[in-house]
Design a protein around this ligand. Structure first.
Ligand code: UDP
Length: 501
């Protein structure tokens, strides 16, 4: 293993505990794990973040910057043995996993167990707690060998966790033959309906059967859960999940609020943004408050070319200024390229296209931005909430359908475009959402009369609560400090950080 940490910044300092964070190496998991590490380090614990090379390259600038400012944070780079699972070497970057080989990737990850254990034994101080992504059941053995506790890390809402847990625990889907038939989630006060198609359970997909079972098993045995959410947003679900799992749940979010400066935000998640943060902010400067729509579908979703064009036409038709992020424009053919170029000309000054990675949280927090069209990835959803923005919800897969329900039905800050079934991998339709649906949804969050005002008011109130939660005296900061205290070397004790060879 290769560690950023050989630099002597953390030598000589004393830390209260040593947390080892093992994120799943997808951006939606790595980003909140790094933010969590930064938060732990800010409050006196050493935080080591484990990453494979391509991910390490993405987060190194953030870690280096934090280390230079004196924070006890380390990056532990471990190579991934792709060949052992028949993957090309570059598959360490999840964007480059060949189609259909994702199960192999998850098996390759389990091979990190032995090198990780060896690294941690060889680089003091000895860990006091492992916080591993819930998708990494293999970390159970590492923690057991090291004889340290292990917490599951979730960048998910507890509403989603509890709904999924209850549906599985009571076998709710057994009663329905059709994947699209709604069932009521048992054990909740509020009536929430889900379908197996929308919420099948984590990794309940062909090729992942073993992983799905292991995830469920080891989650039940974890020493607690660390969740990127905040109590005041969903108190009954935080309590419900803790009770159902009989474990402590530390809500410490929104972790994106760690970042209070454009400099660290611009680096968040990627070493290169497709657009210069300053340029982006200058563009937003010229716009009236709450008028610009931000449109992005996260780091994984690949949209059908015809749907991309339809969305573009809907945005154009809505009449609102917009920033539209297209993650991988190169994957599309000439027709989409031409369409996008023509569109850019037609909406010059009003619409901005970002081809690649955008400084999302920086944009969301600009006063000009007034709404977010999102795929409901949890990070994006919570970032919208932290920024006080109403959302148009357009879920694609995984926890996104439940996040949509939280936003629309529980929090009252969203308008749905009405997706019924997962859109990636299984969707055979080309255009699922017509331009007129996009237009109508955008209009209702941006200027939807009394209902629109009410949604915006609720979003702003949540943002206030989120900000209070991470400040002194707030629930999330309190939980973070409690988490550190819980795993201190010995009550009140400190350990010296040795030179990291
Ligand atoms: N993100 C970003 N720029 C982009 C795309 C995504 O900064 O161009 C960040 C976004 O702010 C969020 C994360 O990447 O923190 C995406 O996570 P999310 O859970 O929303 O979706 P996923 O990518 O996991 O589907």
């Amino acid at each position: 293993g290769n560690a950023t940490g050989a630099g002597a910044d953390d030598v000589g300092s004393a830390v209260k505990a040593h947390f080892v964070l093992v994120p799943l190496m997808y951006q939606g998991h790595v980003i909140p794990a790094v933010d969590t590490a930064l938060l732990l380090a800010t409050h006196g614990a050493l935080a080591s973040v484990v990453a494979t090379p391509s991910n390490a390259a993405r987060i190194r600038p953030t870690v280096d910057l934090a280390r230079r400012s004196g924070l006890p944070i380390r990056l532990v780079e471990l190579p991934l043995d792709c060949a052992a699972e028949g993957l090309p070497e570059e598959a360490d970057d999840v964007d480059k996993i060949p189609f259909g080989l994702a199960p192999n990737y998850f098996r390759a990850l389990t091979l990190l167990a032995e090198p990780l254990e060896r690294h941690l034994r060889a680089h003091p101080p000895y860990p006091t707690c492992i916080i591993s992504d819930f998708c990494h059941p293999w970390t159970v053995q590492v923690a057991a060998n090291l004889k340290v506790p292990r917490l599951s890390f979730f960048s998910m809402c507890t509403f989603c966790l509890l709904c999924q847990h209850n549906v599985e625990r009571y076998n709710s889907y057994d009663a329905v033959a059709d994947d699209n038939e709604p069932v009521v989630v048992p054990g909740l006060e509020k009536r929430i309906e889900v379908t197996r198609a929308q919420a099948p359970g984590f990794f309940r997909a062909p090729g992942f059967e073993k992983l799905a079972d292991e995830i469920e098993l080891v989650q039940g045995e974890a020493d607690g859960a660390v969740v990127n959410s905040f109590l005041e947003m969903e108190p009954e679900y935080v309590a419900g999940y803790a009770a159902a799992r009989k474990m402590k749940v530390w809500t410490i979010g929104p972790v994106s609020l760690y970042h209070q400066h454009a400099a660290t935000l611009a680096k968040r998640g990627n070493t290169t943004t497709a657009i210069d943060a300053d340029e982006c902010l200058r563009w937003l400067e010229g716009k009236e408050p709450n008028t610009v729509l931000y449109v992005s579908f996260g780091s994984i979703v690949h949209a059908d070319p015809k749907q991309v064009i339809e969305l573009g036409l809907g945005l154009e038709g809505s009449g609102h200024p917009f920033v539209w992020v297209l993650k991988n424009p190169d994957q599309y053919g000439e027709d989409v390229h031409e369409f996008l170029q023509d569109l850019e000309e037609r909406v010059t000054g009003r619409g901005m296209l970002v081809r690649g990675w955008s400084p999302q949280v920086l944009i969301l927090n600009h006063a000009a931005v007034g709404g977010f069209v999102t795929h409901c990835g949890w990070n994006s959803t919570l970032e919208a909430i932290a920024a006080g923005l109403p959302v148009v919800t357009w879920p694609h897969f995984s926890d996104q359908f439940l996040n949509e329900k939280l936003a629309v039905e529980v929090l009252g800050i969203g308008v749905s475009v009405g997706i019924k079934e997962p859109l990636m991998w299984v969707s055979k339709k080309e255009i699922v959402v017509g331009r007129e649906v996009v237009e109508a949804a955008v209009r209702s969050i941006m200027d939807g009369g009394e209902e629109g005002k009410e949604r915006r008011r609720k979003a702003l109130a949540l943002s206030e609560k989120a900000r209070t939660a991470v400040q002194k005296g707030g629930s999330s900061l309190g939980n973070l400090l409690d988490l550190i205290k819980h795993f201190e070397v010995d009550a009140g004790g400190c350990m010296a950080v040795q030179k990291d060879a």
